[in-house]
Design a protein around this ligand. Structure first.
Ligand code: FES
Ligand code: FES
Length: 153
């Protein structure tokens, strides 16, 4: 089937099969490999995207369900050549090691700060509880989220 959707502000179309995930379509049909496929079971958050402004695991959404809707991936967060402030904060805090979790964490943090501009640590912990990182121990990720939040205070 052919789907038409908006991705990172651009209208696009793709031919997908009925059981195909949005994650697969983004990566393999639309040339957007930023969203990662670590578990493909909704457990790790590495595939997080915004679907009509709602944070979802794109591995759990059928590509067909995105037909007619708007998706924002990690690639769509920057402003031209400038990184989004959350992306910049992750870089500056050293919150990236292998980087596999990073796109999902960045998208989840953007979602958090849109809803809660000045989160406390419990709110950060809750918001990022669906995003698993095997490398960093989370401390620098928290530092990055606090730094990005601080820019809005
Ligand atoms: S790849 Fe989607 S939650 Fe892990
Ligand atoms: S930096 Fe490697 S999984 Fe998070």
């Amino acid at each position: 089937m052919r789907i038409a959707l908006t991705v990172n502000g651009e209208p696009c179309e793709a031919d997908v099969w009925g059981g195909e995930s949005l994650l697969f379509a983004l990566r393999e049909r639309l040339g957007l490999p930023g969203s990662k496929n670590a578990c493909e079971q909704g457990e790790c958050g590495s595939c997080s995207v915004l679907l009509d402004g709602v944070l979802v695991c794109s591995c759990l959404v059928l590509a067909a369900q995105a037909n007619g809707h708007a998706v924002v991936t990690v690639e769509g967060l920057r402003d031209g050549d400038r990184l989004h402030r959350v992306q910049q904060a992750f870089v500056e805090a050293g919150a990236v090691q292998c980087g596999f979790c990073t796109p999902g964490l960045v998208v989840a943090t953007v979602d958090l700060l849109d809803r809660t501009p000045a989160p406390d640590d419990d709110e950060i912990r809750e918001a990022l509880s669906g995003n698993i990182c095997r490398c960093t121990g989370y401390q620098k990720i928290f530092d990055a989220v606090r730094a990005a939040a601080g820019e809005t205070r």
